[in-house]
Ligand binder design. Structure first.
Ligand code: ATP
Ligand code: ATP
Ligand code: MG
Ligand code: MG
Ligand code: MG
Ligand code: MG
Length: 270
């Protein structure tokens, strides 16, 4: 008889599938909002980019990075966020289902928890959901190509959406007419429509819209007010105290070229 009490039902545990992520590989969890086309509509998101929604997404991603272990970088755009766990992470014995469900549930509860900070008096009409997937990348090159793929997707969609919505909002085209106008156009032609017809230089659009958001750990000086303990004559007085903390900091820069990775060698070295 075993010393540990075990019921005769215990054997059902053996039915659990082994979903250990391959050792020494980058583990990526990508979340995507469920039916956010409708969610954006119902909550009157500004088109093509609602900055409140993008900032809320980033707040949720920062919460995920602070609450969970071993995330070295995250990248977000539209209704999606990708989280990269360090190669040597042994969190939950590298079980894919644990990584994915902890990220998704922490993110979704944060979205509801922080909604009001970004949307003020506009009510949240129903509980949003996010799907998650896990992909394992065996090398620095494949991880970089993954992140480049997401940022290229951001660029392609944002360029299209920027012209599409400008045609609707400034020229009064219907969505069908705008879509027909853009059918088969190349990037250069979309840039040209924006520039010649609307005097918009696409490169001057906000970097958060064009590049998405990268979150990396950086040292930040935090100024807090602290109550003074001593000397006695200053009791109860408040003083500004600066301390350094490591936080997930948002950047809206290019991550496709080498410059970002050369400037942040520590990310891929982890
Ligand atoms: P699925 O459940 O398959 O993901 P979906 O409707 O969420 O369906 P996506 O391809 O994920 O489809 O696209 C997300 C949609 O959400 C965008 O096309 C856009 O309409 C909307 N959206 C997301 N974020 C924003 C934002 N910040 N501003 C404006 N619209 C947004
Ligand atoms: P882990 O993250 O590993 O799941 P855990 O602290 O959640 O850690 P569990 O084995 O899931 O550990 O146990 C959940 C614990 O939460 C219980 O041991 C109990 O202390 C507490 N708990 C959960 N639900 C209730 C409840 N309804 N009333 C009182 N305590 C509860
Ligand atoms: Mg989709
Ligand atoms: Mg979606
Ligand atoms: Mg999406
Ligand atoms: Mg528990």
């Amino acid at each position: 008889e075993a010393t540990m009490a075990k019921s005769k039902f215990e054997y059902v545990r053996e039915f659990e599938a082994d979903d250990t992520c391959l050792p020494h590989c980058w583990v990526v969890v990508r979340l995507d909002g469920r039916n956010f086309h409708r969610f954006a509509d119902k909550h009157s998101f500004a088109k093509p980019n609602d900055s409140r929604a993008l900032h809320l997404m980033t707040k949720c991603a920062q919460t995920v990075m602070e609450e969970l272990e071993d995330i070295v970088i995250a990248y977000g755009q539209s209704d999606e966020y990708s989280f990269v766990f360090k190669r040597k992470s042994n969190w939950f014995k590298r079980r894919a289902s644990k990584f994915m469900t902890h990220v998704a549930s922490q993110f979704a509860s944060s979205y509801v928890f922080y909604w009001r900070d970004y949307f003020k008096d506009q009510p949240l009409l129903y509980p949003p959901g996010f799907d998650g997937r896990v992909v394992v990348y065996p090398s620095n090159q494949t991880l970089r190509d993954y992140l480049s793929w997401r940022q290229a997707d951001c660029h392609i969609n944002n360029l299209y959406n920027t012209v599409f919505w400008t045609l609707i909002q400034q020229s009064g085209l219907t969505p069908v007419q705008a879509q027909e106008r853009l059918q088969g156009t190349l990037a250069a032609e979309k840039n040209e429509i924006l520039f010649s017809e609307f005097n918009i230089n696409y490169n001057n659009e906000p970097p958060m819209y064009r590049k998405g958001t990268v979150l990396i750990w950086q040292k930040v000086d935090e100024v807090m007010t602290k109550e003074v303990k001593l000397p006695a004559e200053m009791e109860g007085k408040k003083m500004a105290v600066t301390r350094t903390r490591t936080k997930p900091v948002p950047l809206h820069c290019d991550i496709i070229g080498d410059a970002f990775w050369k400037e942040h060698l520590e990310i891929l070295d982890e």
